[in-house]
Design a protein around this ligand. Structure first.
Ligand code: THU
Length: 132
């Protein structure tokens, strides 16, 4: 886990967050053991900004990987930063409910949960069966 944590802490330094001043770092470990990291990238047209988790997922998919095994997210928040609703759905695209998610503060407080706890009742491929 230390490699995931250090990757998330390091990539957070590169966050582009001039509007919120809230820098976030995310790191994913895939089933192969590889680690991918991402930071939030804001935009002057505010809705165009992207979350740290989305950046890490994009890096993972660009590298040809699709199976998330573990997630670490860190921010300078007073309590461990929780992935936003949209990012929970994005993570669920590539990871099952049992995938561990560690939410952390820069000060070192950590809270462990799972993707299933973060997004119960996730929309999934099963709903796209339109025969019913
Ligand atoms: N943010 C993330 O990058 N990940 C999250 O899970 C929560 C929010 C970013 C989006 C925006 O750039 C800033 O944090 C403030 O909302």
């Amino acid at each position: 886990m230390t490699d995931l944590k250090s990757a998330a802490i390091a990539v957070r330094e590169n966050a582009h967050a001039p509007y919120s001043n809230f820098q976030v770092g995310a790191a994913l470990r895939t089933a192969s053991g590889a680690v991918f990291a991402g930071c939030n990238v804001e935009n002057v047209a505010y809705p165009q900004g992207t979350c740290a988790e989305a950046g890490a997922i994009a890096a993972m998919v660009a590298a040809g990987e699709r199976e998330i095994a573990e997630v670490y997210v860190v921010a300078g928040s007073p309590m461990p930063v929780t992935p936003c609703g949209g990012c929970r759905q994005k993570l669920a695209e590539f990871g099952g409910g049992d995938v561990p998610v560690t939410m952390a503060t820069v000060a070192g407080v950590e809270q462990r949960t799972t993707l299933g706890e973060l997004l119960p009742g996730a929309f999934s491929q099963a709903f796209l069966d339109t025969d019913a």
